[in-house]
Design a protein around this ligand. Sequence first.
Ligand SMILES: Nc1ncnc2c1ncn2[C@@H]1O[C@H](COP(=O)(O)OP(=O)(O)OP(=O)(O)O)[C@@H](O)[C@H]1O
Ligand SMILES: [Mg+2]
Ligand SMILES: [Zn+2]
Length: 152
Amino acid sequence: MSEHELRISKIRNGTVIDHIAGGHAPDVLAILGIDSATDEVVSVGMNVPSDRLGYKDVVKIEGRELSQEEVEVISLIAPAASINIIREYDVAEKHRVERPSMVEGVLSCPNRNCITTEDEPVASRFAVLENGVRCAYCDTIIREGLTDHISV
Ligand SMILES: Nc1ncnc2c1ncn2[C@@H]1O[C@H](COP(=O)(O)OP(=O)(O)OP(=O)(O)O)[C@@H](O)[C@H]1O
Ligand SMILES: [Mg+2]
Ligand SMILES: [Zn+2]
């Protein structure tokens, strides 16, 4: 390691979300509910040179494993992401995220007249499209700003 390199501490136990498309780390943090008020130990790399992607973002979180729902929403924003579970400093598991055909209960429909947004709401269901998601109840399509519609 030369004097021009900076070593970031390894995490002991937690999760590394790698191969996030450049610029999308803030979306991943939003999905995970990590904002300026967090007390979690998090490191974020943005626009890091990558052989595979050209440039990528990376998020490392100490002491946290992700839920299935969190991984599903991440897959919508970062389809090339890999999830590395770190145990005792080593990569114990590595998965590519998979785009589900349907996401349930994790996004809220922007249509105020949708049955999923009434007083006694039914759980939301969205079909996953090439480029967005479509409400299974009212057919509203969300293409941009998916992270503004997360309800988990
Ligand atoms: N203990 C740790 N603390 C922090 N980050 C880690 C730790 N162990 C691995 N990583 C990071 O997790 C990611 C996956 O690690 P791995 O050793 O599998 O790298 P890799 O061989 O480049 O994997 P890939 O083929 O998925 O790119 C890398 O970004 C690496 O920097
Ligand atoms: Mg790598
Ligand atoms: Zn709807």
